[in-house]
Design a protein around this ligand. Structure first.
Ligand code: PHE
Length: 530
């Protein structure tokens, strides 16, 4: 009979790394895998790693996933974390927390209640991000629905409709109505006879009528989908309530609008469409679950100064601990999850190709600003339960309503979420990053006022928290600007492997971090078993 190890070697030569990984998963040798869900700890072989030493640089999601998997397979792991906390960009702030940027510290003044928190980093998990969701499942991290697309939320485009915020259900309905009407006209004027048979035309017309809620003559007049006039959104008790007046076609087209169209279809993106999820109590519940398992492997406040592949094999990591003592660790392998924005300034003896890759990987600067509100005015006044309002007025871009704590007395609203250098003519996120904390809050309040008149008074202004990821020590950016992996970071440089969302095709997602870590675990296993 084959031993597990022999079987893996056999599968390795026949099926490549992915085959090894799948086989290990099937044998219960990986703690968690996207193929099997979770496996019981007792089923995990302790022998694969054989006591080999691995030093993991960074206790963000990638580092935690790598530590968890390798530890279970018998590797001897140490995680060096530059800051005093694990999680990296996965940052949930609550009452009393102190967070740091280059420009200073902020204290979080939310009330001390479990539902009053803000995810200043990752905040949503798409349903198909299986690696991160499988860890949630295995670690029993409770999840709840995160609402991305909310038809009761608002869109506001500078210079259009007198800057007025328009409710999302109206824009969606009118956009579909006019597209359907115009296409039906083209069909009925025989403009598409080259493309369509008579039968196709009949079928398309019936599709369009339903798509746009058209009248029998294929005209878009109005639609209850946009809501009804009067006090209630739906008809309520008023049987003869009339649908709200649609925007005119020309008004709709008059939106100065590339931002609007992009935002209107945002949740059609495969990573943004329902169902999205969030951990109950804050995104860092995932980090906490990892810490419960591998927290003892983390050395906090350990700043890597020097990464040196050794000529005899293995790697030496020089680091300073608590800003004073210089220490060194020798290991068989290193897994470096440090963002390239920071890594580029760390001494190393990497190859030219690796250095060029690190140098070329630029980061975006995303900003989030949160406030505690005195009352949940978005629920009480507008029936908004979670979701996003979009504005391109004064640059806050998005207001996120909390997808938790419904109907509680207070709530934490994300008063700005700014990113997307490429979509807008200016990089508003960088503009915000350069401001002082109080200037950021002031801007967010002034902009929010345009979407929600009376906004400033509804918020407890002294609770404002801002996070500009470009200004955060040991991060210096939110996520890589170009969402393509760089080949030179997908392979090891000597004994140093690279992981983190910036090495994956899913940059800006915890899933990219987790998957990149799993790929490195697989690659190290393969090398050890060869
Ligand atoms: N994942 C983050 C978000 O959902 C950042 C991101 C935004 C990444 C858009 C890619 C595209 O907001």
């Amino acid at each position: 009979m084959l031993t597990k190890r022999q079987l893996l070697q056999y599968v390795g030569s026949a099926a490549g790394a992915a085959g090894v990984y799948r086989t290990m998963a099937a044998l219960g040798m990986l703690g968690v895998s996207s193929l099997t869900g979770c496996s019981s700890p007792s089923a995990v072989s302790q022998s694969v790693g054989d006591g080999k030493r691995v030093v993991i640089l960074g206790a963000g999601i990638a580092g935690l996933v790598a530590a968890y998997e390798l530890d279970r397979m018998g590797y001897d792991c140490t995680v060096l974390e530059a800051t005093a906390r694990a999680g990296g960009r996965s940052l949930t702030v609550r009452s009393g927390d102190v967070i740091e940027e280059f420009g200073g510290r902020q204290r979080v003044n939310f009330d001390d209640k479990a539902y009053l928190y803000a995810n200043m980093g990752p905040a949503r998990i798409p349903y198909h991000h299986r690696a991160i969701l499988d860890y949630c499942k295995a670690f029993e991290v409770d999840l709840e629905v995160f609402t991305n697309d909310n038809r009761a939320a608002f869109f506001q485009v500078r210079g259009s409709l007198g800057d007025q915020a328009v409710v999302a259900r109206q824009l969606h309905t009118d956009q579909r109505g006019y597209i359907a009407e115009l296409l039906a006209k083209a069909v009925n004027r025989n403009a598409l006879d080259q493309e369509l048979t008579a039968e196709d035309k009949e079928r398309l017309l019936s599709m369009l009528k339903d798509f746009g809620d058209l009248q029998d003559d294929y005209m878009y007049v109005d639609s209850g989908r946009a809501g009804y006039q009067g006090q209630h959104v739906s008809k309520g008790l008023v049987g003869d309530a009339m649908p709200v007046e649609p925007l005119g076609l020309r008004q709709l087209l008059g939106f100065d609008a590339s931002d609007l169209w992009w935002a209107l279809r945002f949740s059609h993106g495969v990573n943004q469409n329902p169902t999205l999820l969030q951990p109950v109590g804050g995104m860092d519940m995932i980090v906490e679950a990892f810490k419960a398992r591998v927290g003892h492997l983390i050395r906090y406040e350990s700043v890597v100064e020097d990464i040196a592949n050794q000529s005899a094999g293995g790697v030496r990591i020089g680091y300073s601990h608590r800003g004073t003592t210089m220490e060194a660790l020798h290991a068989d392998f290193a897994i470096c999850t440090i963002p390239t924005t920071v890594l580029r300034d760390i001494d190393n003896n990497f190859s030219e190709a690796t250095r060029a890759a690190i140098e070329s990987r630029k980061y975006d600067a995303a900003v989030k600003i949160a406030f505690q509100a005195r009352r949940r005015f978005w629920e009480e006044d507008h029936f908004i339960y979670g979701g996003i309002s979009w504005t391109n007025y004064n640059d806050i871009q998005q207001i996120w309503y909390p997808a938790n704590g419904y109907h509680r007395p207070k709530g934490v609203i994300m008063g700005a979420y700014i990113f997307g250098e490429d979509e807008f003519d200016r990089d508003f996120a960088l503009d915000f990053a350069k401001m002082s904390h109080s200037q950021r809050l002031e801007h967010a309040l002034a902009s929010g006022e345009r979407v929600h008149p009376g906004y400033r008074d509804e918020l407890e202004v002294n609770t404002g928290v801002s996070r500009a990821w470009s200004e955060v020590p040991f991060q210096k950016g939110s996520w890589p600007s170009a969402p393509v992996p760089i080949a030179a970071l997908e392979v090891p440089d000597g004994a140093v492997y690279f992981a983190g969302d910036h090495t994956s095709a899913l940059s800006g997602w915890q899933e990219g971090s987790a998957q990149s870590a799993l790929a490195v675990v697989e690659a190290i296993n393969k090398r050890v078993m060869a």
